[in-house]
Design a protein around this ligand. Structure first.
Ligand SMILES: [Zn+2]
Length: 436
């Protein structure tokens, strides 16, 4: 059946940033068949018509760096730098996980993402000692799209490290095409400071063998740069390049501490960057100079990181922060313009994570879109400068409907694929099992 969505303002986020007031979108089998101004000649008598009544419609947001399994850890460790936060809070708590905690954590994370308009994510998992199938089944059932990766660390004995690499490879292979092809995998060595050179080389091998992207935390803090320089005599980007990490498409999370030489390497190797402004601020890591990356033509997306360092998955808040930071950093209000930052959170983010079939409303792309209803919302009135409102006034809580591949997953701010009441109650019960 064809679904026709009309009477909304459509922000296509295509390369021309076209906006169709009183526009129309036709979807069939999960794909966009028509997008443009209302056109009576496009309609057939069997079409199912959905009247959007003045809503704003834009592509689903793309979160290029998240950790949904950490959602249950929301609120741990405020006011801490990355290293002590990771080693004294995150890692000891993750070690206490069981399948139930991981599943509810993932469901709570995706619930928050869907309700706030995110339809695709690139997520890093640390599934120690849990039934991965159960968690992946639960994520698949939510309707979200994206790439999930199993984190690789060089912790513990040689045997434990080998087991971790084997589990990561099994994960990469088993879930490469998952949930009707909505989900895929990447290979995720955690970072250059938690992975041995051997683990990094082996990560490259897995990515090449299975034709997958690499997803790694890189150039996040001054401390990381000092540590890698002390151990290997080069900065993290050069260390990663020498080990072959950029031999296939790679997305790095952060890129806060980069010099010009490193930016040149990232550009030459077509390395993409997931910019996580709020997490970088909260952990005291710094401000990534996204303007310089964009000037070099590097593909940049926006990410939230996990909610233990954010502390939410609201991509609207994230993209607003990204725009404000560049303006402040350069004392130049023209930096990271409104259409530019919206593109980072949609089309560019999708391209950065190797999923160009989503992120904009264009014919033949997936029908992944969200609606916002500005009526009765004082903070979104008057509506004339709606594009500006999408960056500077909207929050994730304003999202009304969410469609992924044509299927509605959120209606009137209620998730249709996840039992929100149960997940919230379970998350509170299970968090009490963790000792901190
Ligand atoms: Zn991260």
């Amino acid at each position: 059946m064809r679904n026709v969505y009309m009477n909304g303002t459509f922000f296509t986020m295509d390369s021309g940033n076209r906006i169709h007031e009183t526009g129309m979108l036709i979807e069939e089998n999960g794909t966009i068949q028509y997008i443009g101004p209302y056109a009576a000649d496009q309609l057939t008598e069997h079409d199912h018509i959905v009247d959007l009544k003045g809503k704003w419609v834009l592509p689903g947001l793309v979160n290029t760096h998240s950790h949904i399994l950490m959602t249950i850890l929301r609120g741990i460790g405020d006011d801490m730098l990355l290293k002590p936060w990771l080693t004294t809070r995150v890692f000891p708590l993750e070690a206490q996980y069981d399948t139930e905690i991981a599943t509810i954590s993932a469901q709570l994370g995706v619930l928050e993402m869907l309700l706030s308009g995110t339809t695709a994510c690139s997520d890093m998992f640390n599934p120690i000692g849990i039934d991965v199938d159960a968690v992946m089944d639960a994520i698949g059932a939510t309707g979200i799209t994206g790439a999930i990766s199993h984190t690789i660390f060089s912790f513990g004995s040689e045997q434990e490290q080998r087991a971790n690499l084997q589990a990561a490879e099994r994960f990469a292979k088993n879930y490469k095409t998952w949930a009707d092809g909505r989900l895929t995998t990447m290979v995720a060595p955690h970072s250059t400071y938690t992975c041995s050179t051997q683990a990094l080389v082996e990560s490259v091998r897995i990515a090449l063998d299975h034709k997958l992207m690499v997803h790694i935390h890189l150039a996040e803090t001054d401390h990381e740069v000092e540590e890698i320089q002390a151990s290997y005599g080069v900065r993290p980007v050069e260390h990663a390049r020498r080990l072959g990490l950029f031999a296939q498409p790679t997305i790095i999370a952060h890129g806060v501490v980069l010099d010009d030489e490193e930016r040149a390497i990232l550009s030459a190797c077509d390395v993409r960057v997931a910019h996580n402004p709020i997490s970088n601020l909260k952990l005291g890591s710094g401000i990534a100079d996204i303007s310089k990356l964009l000037d070099r033509g590097i593909k940049v997306g926006i990410g939230t990181d996990g909610v233990a360092s954010n502390n939410n998955f609201d991509m609207f808040e994230e993209l607003r922060t990204a725009a404000l930071l560049q303006k402040g950093l350069y004392k130049d209000a023209s930096k990271l313009s409104t259409p530019q930052v919206l593109a980072l959170a949609t089309r560019s983010g999708a391209e950065a994570m190797g999923m160009p079939q989503t992120g904009s409303l264009e014919v033949n792309k997936h029908a992944d879109f969200i609606t916002i209803d500005p009526s009765n919302k004082p903070h979104l009135q008057p509506v004339r400068e709606a594009l500006s409102h999408l960056v500077y006034a909207v929050s994730g809580r304003d999202v009304c409907d969410v469609y992924i591949r044509g299927k509605q997953v959120v209606r009137n701010s209620h998730c249709l694929t996840i039992d929100a009441e149960k997940v919230i109650s379970e998350a509170n019960r299970l968090q009490r099992k963790l000792k901190w």
